[in-house]
Design a protein around this ligand. Sequence first.
Ligand code: ADP
Ligand code: MG
Ligand code: MG
Length: 883
Amino acid sequence: AKWVYAFGDGKAEGSADQRDLLGGKGANLAEMCNLGLPVPPGFTVTTEVCTYYYANQRSYPPELTSQVEHALEEVGRLTGRRFGDPERSLLVSVRSGARASMPGMMDTVLNLGLNDRTVEALAAESGDPRFAWDSYRRFIQMYCNVVLHLDHEVFEEILADEKGRLGYELDTEFTAEEWQHIVGLYKKRIEEELGEPFPQDPHLQLWGAIGAVFASWMNARAITYRTLHDIPASWGTAVNVQAMVFGNMGEDSATGVAFTRNPSTGEKKLYGEFLVNAQGEDVVAGIRTPQNITEAARLDAGSDQPSLEKLMPDAFSAFVEIAGRLESHYRDMQDLEFTIERGKLWMLQTRSGKRTTKAALRIAVEMADEGLISREEAVCRIDPASLDQLLHPTIDPSAARDIIGMGLPASPGAATGEIVFSSEDAEEAKAAGRAVILVRVETSPEDIHGMHAAEGILTTRGGMTSHAAVVARGMGKPCVSGAGTLRVDYRNGTMISMGRIFRKGDIITIDGSSGQVLAGTVAMQQPALSGSFSTLMEWADKARRMTVRANAETPADARTARSFGAEGIGLCRTEHMFFDDERILAMREMILAESADGRRKALAKLLPMQRADFAEIFEIMAGLPVTIRLLDPPLHEFLPKTEEEIAEVANAMGVEVALLRERTEALHEFNPMLGHRGCRLAVSYPEIAEMQARAIFEAAAQAAEKTGAPIVPEIMVPLVGIANELAFVKERVEAVAEEVLSESGQKIDYLIGTMIELPRAALNAGEIANAADFFSFGTNDLTQTTFGISRDDAAGFLDTYRQKGIIEKDPFVTLDRDGVGQLVRMASEAGRRTRGDLKLGICGEHGGDPASITFCEEVGLDYVSCSPFRVPIARLAAAQAAC
Ligand code: ADP
Ligand code: MG
Ligand code: MG
């Protein structure tokens, strides 16, 4: 078997499309050789060797030694050297390289092959003993650190002592003799620490480094990184061994890194930094301040350090030419690493460069305009989830963070404010002009006003679809949920984090994009939408098939949704409309009334308020569909809780407090989410549905008259499991429609449909479709009911499930294809068999999740609906799904 792939001298055994085998770095080194670019020769030990290594008790395939020896000879031949030769020794770098670039893997070892003899030869050959001894001490430091796991502080101590002794500031001040002396101190110290001398045999050094790269694949840092980024352990890493070129050979040598376009703005300008007489990662290590590559960047930065353009014009123009070629060859912005040895340029790495979302948009749009890529490719190049960065304030990445807790990144963006523990305090502080973070164990619909008043929401319980998370996303407010290490004590008014006590009024910051909770204020970056953003979104809109609607229930939400390009409302929840102070009273009167008459009386108070809510939303969405869900939550949630509240309702209704208390107790439910809610309310109290239907139709008629645009309300019946439930409610709603429309003399088209959110509904969809104009998959509840997992309580154990590999992804975040997805598919097909024109959509949180949107496209849904701030993400994801 072939385990080693050589590259060098204008050709290579591998190429860029062999990433899997050669790793990203190895594949691109091969590709650059094939393009005839100046790359120091070398070879790649494949990822298959890594796989073999772990499958065979950390041993190598038997042929590996001879293949490596052979490849080394070839590199020696190309460089006129020999590995281990005392006179003209080949020196190499050993570099790890997985398929996807992976921090956490072993760091590169440079100058391998140096020892007490070869260093003397290098000094003689280069005529520069200082360079030779500097290279040797660097090698010893790196090798000890990454291969022998000796703490680098050991060396820093020695360096600091010597600097102190000689009165130096910088490493570069040491002379050859001083470096030589320091190497002696290093070696003595190593022997003390490790009990054996620093390895002198270059072959021993090489195999030590190769082994360390493979071993690092399973180190804790690498494993964590893979888990976070869904990289399978089976991929393995490759090892690249490459002839050294030296950027530290004097004033005509240098090393640097560059991007073909600006990675933070996307501007089409070569952008990079370099250091004269330096090696490897000196540029990023921050020991000396690097210089700008181009003269233009130097002037921009107002730096008085000469640019590469001025300092080494020949190497510079060679580099500019190569950078351009690589960008057109890869058709993407490249991140380049290079070294100049005595005026000659060498390329050491190229890869697609990491960039901010802002830069990604600009680069994609400009590359399409330049004809380098197609518009479709441009659309596919942007990670939809990354658009979040643009739509919310974020924490300045360079700001210091004092992290006091960690929860789920429930709603993106960052916010700073005083701690308050109740919605009342939130409103009060807001009214006084202060910014607050509402900190709760969990939230309920009663906290809506507090959530509105707060800049952000922090809960210590609850998952990604807990009340706090869903509502915060809908409002576009940052939220961290389920921060389990924080303890909130309402009674004492404290929040405790690892022994630190925070009280009401203390300032904290939450980062809903990462889940971090921080003490104090932190510098922020404000969102800004660029021209490239709208251009790319236009291209995305042309490419997609599904429409994108928003889940919105207030005029403000509806406006935000439209401004982000929503094409209607897929879910207008009506329950939050009932939690306002004056409405909740009427609502409680209604629930606690003894008779239908009593209920009607209370409902009559609610009718005009509901009508006004709907009319405004219809006007904002004129010409676009608006799906309104009839009352859904358990009645339980509306019950008065305190004695004071009970007394207030009793007074309003003119009944005895005792009687009302009794009635409240009777309505108590053990399992409200599976209790008296959804269409069950409409079945027991049709008056509620009738009132809501009346409000909807009157509002529609009113809005149609005012805007002149067609208003098509879609009335959605929640929690249907039995076809008869829907038929029953539909009949009532239709009767009201006829009444209202004949009163107003207007013709309003409307649809009546249902949420599919119970497994029984999905299983029985064919029959349910007889009475439905549309299905909207309520995948939050459908996930909850299919798994039998309460979404409000799942955060704690689902995380354990993920860590233990039982599930890969949180099913409340990404739709579970194998279970919930099957139900969605089955119900869609059965529904369409009954009614070919059945409209299909999704309104769960999954409607804003790119992976779930891909699934919706596959199933052939007509639209997805998500919170207003996720609309751009959904538009882009829907386009990518259709491409
Ligand atoms: P990383 O993946 O962390 O970027 P690399 O393997 O690219 O690690 O190595 C880091 C740096 O080491 C390179 O950018 C380059 O400056 C230097 N380097 C690596 N190999 C060589 C070499 N053969 N000759 C000179 N410098 C090298
Ligand atoms: Mg590195
Ligand atoms: Mg690199």
